[in-house]
Design a protein around this ligand. Structure first.
Ligand code: PGA
Length: 255
């Protein structure tokens, strides 16, 4: 089967509005020059502040726009939060949910993540559900248990056809922003496990220190359908080198 890859940039709390606009314009120019095939999809997720400006740069461009979180309610007294309808209004169609930084530092639980996933689907946003074990959990041999819990609770109550629209990102917490990457065997094994506990075939991206020097081996893995990239997505050359690698894998018909 023809391999398809989805490459996503999670800009986290980085870049001013003008820097975000510049990075987006550079990625657009470079991806056009590269002539990416339809098998390679791209999404970038700037900060909320930069969404509108970045959205303008993406008009008539196949690169998708995403945001990094949302509330599960439509509106109300929730200082600092944004809702799904606000996201839709910007033109963004993807929302990263359950990122480990929110789970670790902002008290995000599986139950909250589940409400957000359900809300996103109900209004036509594609949720990118992040799951991943900590170093302790891996060392104690609990990684399968943790992934199963996060996936099952995150997708609780979601019907089969709806579930197919969800994208899962496997991001081992110990590999995020640390420079440590899961080995291809570890990543592929975790992806295969997630596939075995998801009733429908859904895309599973890898995240955690992916960069141009390890993207080829990770993205070539049978069970890896793309990457959710933090640090390396902030540098035009790095991100575009990963896009070029994705293109070469898809065109070589690997898989
Ligand atoms: P990283 O972040 O590529 O900087 O490790 C990935 C992520 O947290 O989405």
């Amino acid at each position: 089967m023809q391999k398809k890859l989805f490459i996503m940039g999670n800009w986290k709390m980085n870049l001013t509005v003008s820097q975000s606009k510049k990075l987006s314009e550079e990625i657009i120019a470079e991806s056009q020059r590269m002539d990416l095939p339809p098998e390679v999809s791209v999404m970038i997720a700037p900060t909320y502040l930069a969404i509108s400006e970045v959205a303008k740069t993406l008009v008539s461009c196949p690169i998708h726009l995403g945001v990094q979180d949302m509330h599960y309610l439509d509106d109300g007294a929730f200082t600092s939060k944004i809702s799904g309808s606000m996201i839709l209004d910007t033109g963004a169609r993807f929302v990263i949910l359950g990122h480990s930084e929110l789970r670790q530092f902002f008290g995000e639980t599986d139950e909250i993540v589940n409400k957000k996933v359900a809300k996103a689907l109900s209004i036509g946003l594609t949720p990118v559900l992040c799951v991943g074990e900590t170093l302790d959990e891996r060392e104690q041999g609990k990684w399968e248990q943790v992934l199963q819990r996060q996936v099952e609770k995150g997708l609780k109550g979601i019907s089969g056809p709806e579930m197919r629209k969800v994208i899962i990102a496997y991001e081992p917490v110990w590999a995020i922003g640390t420079g440590k990457t899961a080995s291809t065997d570890e990543a592929d094994e975790a992806h295969a496990f997630i596939r075995s506990v998801t009733p429908e075939k859904i895309s599973i991206l890898y995240g955690g220190s992916m960069k141009s020097t390890n993207a080829l081996e990770l993205l070539s893995c049978k069970n890896i359908d793309g990457g959710l990239i933090g640090g390396a997505s902030l540098v035009t050359k790095e991100f575009c080198d990963i896009l070029a690698i994705a293109k070469s894998i898809c065109l070589s018909g690997n898989n």
